[in-house]
Ligand binder design. Structure first.
Ligand code: NAP
Ligand code: ZN
Length: 348
């Protein structure tokens, strides 16, 4: 076994603290990565606190991982030692079923998607541990190639915030001629703005934080609306073709659905811990739809990373020492992050 250093929480009410644990030795198809940077996703907070479902403890969160390959298994041909690599939300799946074969490993039909942490390996008993650590061992088919042209700390959040917003934009062919609203300007939201702008859409930010207006324009948005201002909300009735909803907490779905033009779609990527509720009439009017999107498969994640390298897209980040992680969580909960915390894993 390999001894790894990390930060873990031991119960839903615990703070994260240093924890040493073991990773498997590398097998023939595995890659060992020295983790350099690890992004802090709001999903880490939902899971560390068992807000979605009971978590597996001790839990080492983190699924926005970039690092350098330090060892490769005997059967590896795709990767070399010293190469940069990324790991996102998944580290394995059955790799055989229809969905896995099509590159939708997040929808593995036999339920064998192994998430990067708070999940069990395919053996059904070994817990997985995430990126708030110094080393990770991953099956090569779940390792992404990372360009050396972009600042690595800004690349880390692409592995979740990036792919989660890129994927629905591609699926719905969002681009030129579309009016798109990004609801919530946080980690996912700021990436949604960058991608929607890159694909040529007219982008509006819908935010509860008026102080983010100038940032929204700097990110490339064309319009900014403060959603606590009733007058501004009223003028948005029937306006957008798409709303990309990144909000992490319970909110008023009817209020936002009304902003959709004919045949408009609200795409949920934010996952509040409580069930969502809305009136059927909010959909009937204008024939609106509500849809949702879950991360993205491995081939599309590589496509997104290559797109970002080509178009010089990275996340706007605040680099932190690992010992700031509990404070960082509190700030994320107050929507006070510009726009992703990333852990410098050399501080472990
Ligand atoms: P984040 O950085 O905290 O951003 C969420 C933003 O939502 C906040 O910055 C805030 O933006 C807005 N917001 C927060 N509370 C709100 C409220 N009560 N009403 C209205 N707006 C509110 O979080 P994130 O990391 O981007 O993640 C967002 C959500 O996506 C989380 O639920 C996360 O678990 C989920 N997620 C889903 C997937 C997936 O596969 N679907 C993948 C990753 C994450 P303003 O200040 O602009 O209002
Ligand atoms: Zn995430």
């Amino acid at each position: 076994m390999i001894t790894a250093k990390g930060y873990a929480t031991h119960s839903p009410s615990d703070k994260l603290k240093p924890w040493n644990f073991e990773r498997r030795e590398i097998g023939p198809n595995d890659v060992k990565i020295e983790i350099l940077f690890s992004g802090v996703c709001h999903s880490d907070i939902h899971q560390a606190r068992s807000e979605w479902f009971p978590g597996i403890y001790p839990m080492v969160p983190g699924h926005e991982i970039v690092g350098r390959i330090t060892e490769i298994g005997s059967a590896i041909t795709k990767f070399k030692i010293n190469q940069l690599a990324g790991v996102g939300c998944m580290v394995d799946s059955c790799q055989q079923c229809n969905n896995c074969q099509k590159g939708f490993e997040q929808f593995c039909e036999v339920g064998k998607t192994v998430f990067t942490y708070n999940s069990l390996e395919k053996d059904g008993k070994t817990p997985t541990y995430g990126g708030y650590s110094n080393i990770i061992v991953v099956n090569e088919n779940f390792v992404l190639s990372v360009s050396d042209k972009l600042p690595l700390e800004g690349v880390a959040p692409l592995l979740c915030a990036g792919i989660t917003t890129y994927s629905p934009i591609r699926k719905w062919n969002i681009g030129k001629g579309h009016k798109v609203a990004v609801l919530g300007l946080g980690g996912l939201g700021h990436m949604a703005v960058k991608f929607a702008v890159a694909f040529g859409a007219e982008v509006s930010v819908l935010s509860t934080s008026p102080d983010k207006e100038q940032d929204a324009y700097k990110l490339g948005a064309h319009n900014f609306y403060h959603t606590k201002d009733e007058e501004q909300v009223k003028q948005l009735t029937n306006q957008f073709d798409f709303i990309i909803d990144t909000v992490s907490a319970a909110h008023n779905y009817d209020m936002y659905l009304k902003m959709l033009a004919a045949n408009g779609v609200q795409i949920l990527v934010g996952i509040p811990s409580t069930p969502i509720q809305f009136s059927g009439f909010s959909l009937l009017t204008n024939g609106r739809s509500i849809s949702a999107s879950s991360i993205g498969g491995i081939p599309e994640t590589q496509e997104m990373l290559d797109f970002c390298a080509l178009h010089n897209i990275v996340s706007d980040i605040e680099l932190i020492n690992i010992n700031y992680i509990n404070e960082a969580y509190e700030r994320v909960l107050k929507s006070d992050v510009k726009y992703r915390f990333v852990i410098d894993c050399s501080t472990l």
